[in-house]
Design a protein around this ligand. Structure first.
Ligand code: SAH
Length: 251
C-alpha cells in the first residue's frame, strides 16, 4: 500500500494528523527533499527506510515502491504542500495503476494557503475578487497558449503564481501587459511558514526589484491583486440586515 501525503507548506506541525500518523507507520518513505522540511522525518519510526526523491527519476521512484510492495511494506510518498498542486503525482498514480499497486492520497496545506496565512490575507474579498487563479510562468514546462499570464491577467482576479520567482522581470511585464495597473498591490512570500520565511509587499511593477533586493529567486509564491489593498465590501454572510439558513435578519 502506498499513501501519497501532503507535507504542508513548511512548518512541521502543519502536516495533517492523518499525514503524521501515516508517516509514523510507514516502512518506506520517499520524500521530496528539495522542499519538504526535514523535521517532518522526525515523525518516521525508528528504522524506516528513507529516500530523497530530489535525486530520483519517476522510474526510480516506482522501482522503490515496487520493491517495497514485493516485501509487503507500506510506503509513504511525501510531497510538499498539497500533492494536487504541481505535485507530478498523476504520472505516479498511473504507473501504480499499471502495476496494480493500491494507493490513496492524504491532502496537505498547500503553500498558497500558507502564504495567505503569513500575509493575514483573504483571497476572495467581496467586491474585489471572487476568483483565485493559480498559475505559473512558462519555464521548461510549457504552459498552454490560452493560459499565458497575459491572458489570465485580463480577469484582474486574485492571482497566485507558483514556480516563477526566478522569472519576475517577465512576470511583471506580462501581468501589466494583461491589464493589471503597475501600482496593483503584490507580495512575494518566500518559504511561507518556514522559520526563515520572508513576506515582502510591493506593487506589480516592483516585483523583480523587490525580489532582487531581498535575495529571493526560488521557493517563493507571487501574489497579485487588489485583495492585498485596503478596499472591500463587508460580507453578506455576517451582515445583520441579511437572513441566512441559520439566522434571521435583525430589524
Ligand atoms: N505542491 C506544492 C507546490 C509544489 S511546486 C504546494 O501545494 O505548495 C513548488 C513551488 O511551490 C515552488 O517553486 C514555490 O513556488 C512554491 N512553494 C512551495 N512551498 C513554498 C513555501 N513554503 N513558500 C512559498 N512558496 C512555496
Amino acid at each position: 500500500m502506498v499513501h501519497f501525503v501532503g507535507a504542508g507548506s513548511g512548518a512541521a506541525d502543519l502536516i495533517t494528523m492523518r499525514g503524521a500518523r501515516l508517516l509514523g507507520e510507514a516502512d518506506v518513505i520517499i520524500y521530496a527533499g528539495s522542499l519538504v522540511n526535514p523535521e517532518l522525518l522526525d515523525y518516521a519510526r525508528e528504522g524506516a527506510e528513507l529516500h530523497d526523491s530530489a535525486r530520483l527519476t519517476l522510474e526510480e521512484v516506482v522501482d522503490i515502491i515496487r520493491d517495497a510492495e514485493a516485501r509487503g511494506k507500506t510506503t509513504v510518498r511525501l510531497h510538499t504542500g498539497d500533492p494536487s498542486v504541481y505535485g507530478a503525482v498523476r504520472e505516479q498514480f498511473d504507473a501504480l495503476d499499471r502495476l496494480g499497486v493500491e494507493y490513496d492520497v492524504c491532502p496537505g496545506v498547500s503553500s498558497f494557503c500558507g502564504a495567505a496565512a503569513s500575509l493575514k490575507a483573504e483571497y476572495t474579498l467581496p467586491d474585489v475578487s471572487q476568483t483565485v487563479i493559480i498559475s505559473r510562468m512558462e519555464g521548461r514546462t510549457p504552459v498552454p497558449e490560452r493560459e499565458k499570464i497575459r491572458a489570465l491577467a485580463a480577469h484582474q482576479s486574485t492571482m497566485v503564481l507558483f514556480l516563477s520567482a526566478g522569472l519576475l522581470e517577465g512576470l511583471q511585464r506580462e501581468l501589466m501587459a494583461g491589464g493589471y495597473a503597475p501600482d496593483t498591490p503584490a507580495a512575494i512570500v518566500y518559504k511561507a511558514t518556514w522559520p526563515d520565511e520572508k513576506v515582502l509587499r510591493c506593487r506589480v511593477s516592483e516585483l523583480a526589484e523587490t525580489a532582487r533586493a531581498n535575495g529571493v529567486s526560488k521557493t517563493a509564491l507571487i501574489l497579485v491583486g487588489a485583495f492585498l489593498g485596503d478596499h472591500y465590501e463587508r460580507s453578506k454572510l455576517y451582515d445583520p440586515a441579511f437572513s441566512t439558513g441559520f439566522r434571521e435578519a435583525k430589524p
